[in-house]
Each structure stands twice: as C-alpha cells, then as structure tokens.
Design a protein around this ligand. Sequence first.
Ligand SMILES: Nc1ncnc2c1ncn2[C@@H]1O[C@H](COP(=O)(O)OP(=O)(O)OP(=O)(O)O)[C@@H](O)[C@H]1O
Ligand SMILES: [Mg+2]
Length: 236
Amino acid sequence: MADELLIAEKIEAGYPGKQILFGVDFSVRKGEVVVLLGANGSGKSTVLNAVSGFIKPFGGRMLFNGQNIAGLPSHQIFRHGIAQVSQARDLFPDMSVEDNLTLGASQRGAAKAAESRTAVYRDFPRLGERRGQIVRTMSGGEQQMVAIARALMSGPLLLLLDEPSGGLAPKFVDEIAQIMARLKQGGITILMVEQNIKLAFDTADRFLVLKDGTVAERGDVGQGVSQEEIVRTIYL
Ligand SMILES: Nc1ncnc2c1ncn2[C@@H]1O[C@H](COP(=O)(O)OP(=O)(O)OP(=O)(O)O)[C@@H](O)[C@H]1O
Ligand SMILES: [Mg+2]
C-alpha cells in the first residue's frame, strides 16, 4: 500500500546463540502510531532493535519507504530517518539538556537543527525552561522527555519509542500522554512499546501483541477489543 512507511516481513532476529523473533510481520503507515504490547521478555525491544539496526535480523525483510533496510548498520538506518529512544534512554548525563539535544541533530545543518530546537521547546516547554540543566540532576520523567526530544532533533520520519512511561510516576505518565498526543497531532509516525495499556490505547491507532517472539494478536485500537481482553491475551 502506498501509505505504508515500514513493512516488516517474516523478521527472524535475536542475540548470539539465541533466536528471539520468529517470523514477525507488521506494518506502520505514515502518520500512525502502532504500539507493541507483550509480557516481559516477549521480544518487544528486540523488534525495535531489529528495525533500528541495533541488532541485525538473520531473516526477513524490513522495507522502509520501499527500500530493504534489514541488515544495514544502525547509523545508515538512522540516516534513512529512523530514530530510536531505547529503554535505557542513553543520554549524556553530564551534559546539559541543550547539548544533548544538539547531539541529536549532529547529522543536520545548523538551520534545520535550530528549527527542530524551536519545535522541541514548543512541544516540551519544561525542557525550554531547563535548557541549561545537567541531565544527571533531572528526574526520570524529565530525562525521558530529553531522550524523546533528542530523537526528534534528527527530524525522523519514524520514531521508535521503548516504554516511554516505563518507571515513571503517574504525574509523568500523564505528561508523556500529553506529549504523545501533541506529537501525533503533528503527524509524526511512531512505533512504540508500551506496557501501560491505558497510555497505549489512548495514543495508538493499532496494536500488536507479541508472545514468545511471534505476533499473537493485532488490531485497530477502539474497534471492539477491550483493554481487559488485551491484558488477558498478553498474560495468559
Ligand atoms: N543483549 C542481549 N543478549 C542476549 N539476550 C538478550 C539480549 N537482550 C535481550 N535478550 C533476551 O531476549 C528476550 C527478549 O528480550 P526483549 O528485551 O526483546 O523483551 P521485552 O519484550 O522488551 O521485555 P521487557 O518488557 O522486559 O522490556 C529475553 O529473553 C531477553 O533475555
Ligand atoms: Mg523491552
């Protein structure tokens, strides 16, 4: 289909001596948010890592804008326009908010970086107020915002988010939900992992449930499948 930005076909991937994904198929259309659900260890982060090239799939195809990116090194996939916020966030803790953001735009010209910085401070006003703060001294929720903002600084076509609400207090989960809503309004395409079903369902257009490295269920959010049914599928 013309509006499909990413098509993953029969992805087989894992770590040395350990296959985790067994023929995973899904697609992400331009402008939509797709959420990966699943129990701990079901392979959610591995899917994101296979898309971003952090790990190299050993089978299948990953078509991004029609080009097969499976097996390309991560820096090349990043240049194609895929930015990942990993579960560990991977910030530079001893640098300021602004310096972390600037690093996110290091592949781009000064004008584009300045444009993105303005957009990011508009979408994350709290970061604008704290642009000089050293990241290590920020709360977990604020650091998560820096990590998402830094990924946006590269002007990605596809944003990969691994548990944006992970480990955050309810107040920050609400704030992340608002940020997700704003990003979605802005038209960005997102593939995210999220264990908070409410946040996932408030944000996403479609969902996939992973179980032992295969897609156990998929569907459109808000089309008859209740959150309770999904929770049962994930854990039973
Ligand atoms: N670097 C690694 N080396 C070896 N095995 C790994 C590595 N990273 C993950 N695994 C294994 O792969 C499996 C799937 O892990 P993955 O991180 O994809 O799960 P997940 O669904 O994201 O789980 P969680 O909800 O806990 O984040 C797990 O059994 C995990 O132990
Ligand atoms: Mg994970």
